[in-house]
Design a protein around this ligand. Sequence first.
Ligand SMILES: Nc1ncnc2c1ncn2[C@@H]1O[C@H](COP(=O)(O)OP(=O)(O)OP(=O)(O)O)[C@@H](O)[C@H]1O
Ligand SMILES: [Mg+2]
Length: 249
Amino acid sequence: MGVLLQVTDVTKIYANQPKPGLDGVSFEVNEGEFLGIMGASGSGKTTLLNVLSTIDTPTSGKITMGRTNIQKLNQTQAADFRKNNLGFIFQEYFLLDSLTVQENIAVPLTLLHRPAREITAKVKELAELFGIASQLQKYPSELSGGQRQRVAAARAIVKRPPLIFADEPTGALDSSSATELLAALSEVNQTIGTTILMVTHDPYAASYTDHILYFKDGHIISELYRSCSDRRVFYNEIMNEAARQDGNR
Ligand SMILES: Nc1ncnc2c1ncn2[C@@H]1O[C@H](COP(=O)(O)OP(=O)(O)OP(=O)(O)O)[C@@H](O)[C@H]1O
Ligand SMILES: [Mg+2]
């Protein structure tokens, strides 16, 4: 497996802030990895996703995805890069209320002017994977929060971007909806091979990933690799790591 994303000594300084949002962060993400990002509020997680996804620019350091040095992209190139390579899932679902579920999932393909038949087939496939195939003709207001988030996830994945960014995707969900979303994301990661970077506060959500970076004050302070396929074992390891970090505070 090759390296998809290479982050080297990235710092982000915000104007009028005493401390950097990110402070000399370096790591790699392999193709096909499901990476978790954890850390207290204000530790730099969203800042990291913003600079990795070209939504914001780092003050210094280097970020490459494949062979693209993403800081070298001008605004138009960055917009194209996002459109072709990245999918996003947020805590708030950001669905378009006036479009049906079918149309919402199709948006990225519609923007790429793909043929209608291809769009219908791809939407159907992902709707099945996310367990929302019977909801396609409904509007977002007719769905539960968990269903809405699965629509948002299907929309993020429908054009098959190599990389998905998810910022607290389970933050607004109850535990059974969170489980449905996480299981579907795992399946996408394993069957389609989509690389996923997921920010989460929740040890349970993190237990679906295979590698976790812990942030504090804009730095990576530790990391944890999944040691075996049993998710519950990893969950216990994550809880032990949380206890260890609390002990070091
Ligand atoms: N647009 C901004 N302008 C100024 N400072 C910012 C901006 N965005 C973030 N910061 C600061 O940078 C630091 C990191 O913020 P960030 O939003 O990345 O944290 P986070 O880990 O995502 O937190 P949370 O878990 O609450 O979402 C914080 O001190 C925050 O106040
Ligand atoms: Mg955040």
